[in-house]
Design a protein around this ligand. Structure first.
Ligand SMILES: *Cc1c(COP(=O)(O)O)cnc(C)c1O
Length: 425
């Protein structure tokens, strides 16, 4: 694709974008009175305007029906999670019985480890990428200690080669083979929050299985961003949050994937609750946990109806726009941002993109290492209206998301970038 650094080019790209109209379905924040160039969907997705209606409907149900809302009509709260399944299944590439919305991400990481991390004296090691998101690090450390093991001996943290910023797939696969029958599982991000690298989930899962280990993924930055085929890729389990690319609102409900080969494995250890129990028998209130078929059997609590209502607003939009269409636009939009940064920053050496330039190895986010100016450059952009995020020690993450960002947003950022780099010329 031949990109141009001009407003007319950006406007022409927007005019040709079949998804352009979705932008008007979202609320955009203002910064210092200016409409933001919002490139922070990797941290908190924008609010769909339809969230209000979805919430209002459930607030009215609660007001009018109170406890009867659990069993009243088509949208009875008892079954409300089922409505979210077609979209969730499409977004992560799964069967509907392999996914369910529940709890929050860090909670789900722990719950899934209870079932799938079952170390023995011989097979106990866990491979993770070095510098994983803190919650994942703490989860792994405390899970390992919970089993009476030593994190230093158990965790194998994979770092990029000297002078490189991202992991090579060949190195990940070689480490899996090297750990061999000592390896209990690979537990990695699908898409790394800091570098923006999208891992080869299929190859990693296959390599883990070939040595008799399991493969689980934290898809916080991948869900709603990368194309995923969790079922076909034979991933054992995964979880994600819904408030980043899935636009459900701050701290809102998470989702899990459990491959269908575990759908009837009632022998797997789990920390159970009544909502995971056979729903036909649930209200008998009897002794003896009988898990539901599939991912539903990992639920604990009754559904967070208001949270899921807000989530559903965005899931409806994902179904309408189509995840494949979003991905097609995303590749162009991110490539345009990459072009702009190279064009403007060029030889100055102020900015270095550490996210892989191969579209198959990234989502929409680009991570920029800033070599001069540090956080003051980022702060300056912010006051010009650019909302990205800063991650210590020296990375700026920018995520043009295909649902609501435009090529004109990238151009607006380009003008601000051009201005701010002048002082380094
Ligand atoms: C955002 C994120 C989290 C956040 O966890 P919560 O339980 O939702 O607070 C965890 N892990 C990763 C990799 C993330 O990117």
């Amino acid at each position: 694709m031949n990109f141009e650094f001009s407003e007319s080019f950006a406007l022409q790209m927007d005019a040709q974008d079949p998804l352009a109209s979705f932008r008007s379905r979202f609320h955009f924040p203002k910064v210092d009175g200016k409409e933001a160039v919002y490139f922070c969907g990797n941290s908190l997705g924008l609010q769909p305007k339809s969230v209000k209606d979805h919430l209002e409907k459930e607030l009215n149900n609660w007001a009018d029906l109170a406890v009867d809302g659990h069993f009243h009509g088509e949208d009875a709260w008892y079954h409300v999670r089922k409505k979210s399944k077609p979209a969730l299944a499409e977004i992560v590439g799964a069967h509907e019985h392999e996914v369910v919305a529940m709890n929050n991400l860090s909670v789900n990481l722990h719950l899934l480890m209870v079932s799938f991390y079952r170390p023995t004296k011989e097979r106990y090691k866990i491979i993770v990428e070095a510098g994983a998101f803190p919650s994942d690090q703490y989860m792994l450390e405390t899970q390992i200690k919970f089993h009476g093991l030593d994190p230093a001996d158990t965790l194998v943290e994979l770092a990029p080669r000297a002078g490189e910023h991202t992991l090579r797939t060949e190195d990940i696969l070689a480490e899996i083979r090297k750990q061999g029958d000592k390896l209990a599982m690979v537990n990695m991000a699908g898409l790394q929050y800091y570098s923006g690298q999208l891992f080869d989930i299929k190859a990693i899962a296959a390599a883990a299985h070939s040595v008799g280990a399991l493969a689980g993924f934290d898809l916080a930055h991948a869900a709603g961003n990368a194309l995923l085929k969790l079922h076909d890729w034979d991933v054992d389990f995964a979880t994600w949050c819904s408030y980043k690319y899935l636009n459900s609102g701050p701290g809102n409900i998470s989702g899990i994937f459990v491959h269908e080969r575990y759908a009837e494995r009632s022998d797997l250890p789990r920390f159970a609750g009544w909502w995971g129990h056979d729903e036909g028998e649930r209200f008998r209130m009897e002794k003896g946990f009988v898990p539901m078929f599939g991912a539903d059997g990992w639920q604990l609590s009754n559904t967070d109806v208001l949270g899921l209502a807000a989530h559903q607003a965005s899931l409806d939009i994902f179904q309408e726009s189509g995840i494949e269409n979003l991905r097609a636009k995303s590749e162009k939009l991110t490539a345009y941002l990459e072009f702009i940064i190279r064009e403007i920053s060029g030889e100055s050496g102020v900015l270095e993109i550490i996210t892989p330039n191969n579209p198959a190895e990234r989502g929409c986010q680009l991570s920029l290492l800033i070599h001069r100016g540090g956080k003051s450059v980022f702060d300056e952009w912010y006051h010009q209206g650019v909302v990205g995020d800063w991650r210590n020690p020296n990375v700026i993450r920018l995520a043009p998301t295909p649902l609501y960002n435009s090529f004109l947003d990238v151009f607006r950022f380009a003008k601000i970038l051009e201005q701010s780099l002048k002082k380094f010329a």
